[in-house]
Design a protein around this ligand. Structure first.
Ligand code: MG
Length: 296
């Protein structure tokens, strides 16, 4: 494991994040890493290496990296549900799946009104068990991140799988390229970024439907991708670097990442105070003085 010195950039006096003064590089042998999710019961991190069509496993107990699943349906984003089961966006299969505790795979969503999705990108599960995901076209634009195909659904939208009926509902239809999404700790706000428009939007959550959706923040550089929220409701966004925003939308600070593009991030470790970052071909981690919100 190699390390790189790193210094947080403070953009607002309220920014009080500190931690290691170096980044650990856990892996640098991918093509385009994405979809990190930490599995507390096993103390390991899973992440996608999308163009290589493999889901990787980094073991926190010994630092080893192995292939967890390949082929992997060109998986992109991941999360865990309330029961600790892995939920995956499979760009290649154009669906959202759940890996059961016995290892079998259940399809949660592969169509809306009879039409196949573009390529589900990122996913989060709310406390009621509903599965919320975004559907930009990155997995069907070329064979690089999936399989080139024509879209069946007009536009790129945000969807919700109802925990009771399993029905898939469209909950937002005015995005260009919806991508990362995360709930505030009280789950009253859902943040969703629009990669093409360079900003993060904030929706009010009312049961299974969304309201509002105005701009929460623009990312200072790069294209917004994955999002996570910490225990104090601060929004952490992956773009050119990792940007931290106050719940009021102020850009508080930046964690510089030594790669051209940052795709995603997740809080993990037994105390959820270790930030894992996927960026270009690599995966980094840094121990922080804050903790991720419980909802992944
Ligand atoms: Mg993404």
């Amino acid at each position: 494991m190699s390390t790189t010195p790193v210094a947080f950039e403070r953009h607002d006096e309220r920014f009080d994040i500190a931690g290691d003064d170096y980044l650990e590089c856990l892996f640098s042998d991918g093509r385009w890493t994405e979809g990190p999710v930490y599995i507390p019961s096993g103390r390991y991190l899973l992440f996608s290496d999308i163009p290589n069509d493999r889901l990787m496993r980094w073991d926190e107990t010994d630092g080893s990296v192995s292939v967890f699943r390949s082929p992997a349906g060109y998986t992109n984003g991941h999360t865990l549900d309330r029961q600790g089961r892995l939920v995956s966006c499979e760009q290649g299969e154009r669906r959202v799946t759940r890996t059961e505790l016995d290892g079998s795979v259940t399809v949660l969503a592969d169509r809306w009104r009879g039409k196949r999705f573009n390529s589900p990108n990122d996913v989060v599960v709310s406390g009621d068990g509903a599965v919320w995901f975004t559907d930009p076209p990155y997995g069907i634009l070329s064979d690089y991140e999936g399989h080139r195909a024509e879209p069946e659904i007009e536009g790129c939208h945000v969807y919700r799988v109802d925990p009771g009926s399993g029905e898939v509902e469209r909950v937002a239809d005015d995005f260009s390229r919806p991508n990362g999404l995360a709930f505030s700790p009280d789950e009253r706000t859902l943040y969703v970024d629009d990669t093409a428009r360079g900003h993060i939007r904030a929706f009010s959550v009312d049961g299974g439907s969304l309201g509002g959706g105005g701009e929460f923040a623009k990312v200072p550089a790069g294209n917004p991708d994955g999002l996570r929220v910490d225990v104090r409701g601060r929004v952490w966004a992956a773009a050119a670097d990792v940007f931290c925003f106050d719940p009021d939308g102020t850009h508080l600070g930046t964690l510089p990442i030594p790669q051209p593009a940052v795709s995603n991030l997740v809080f993990g470790g037994p105390k959820r105070n270790r930030l894992f970052v996927t960026a270009t071909n690599s995966v980094y981690s840094i121990l922080l003085n804050t903790n991720g919100a419980w909802r992944l």
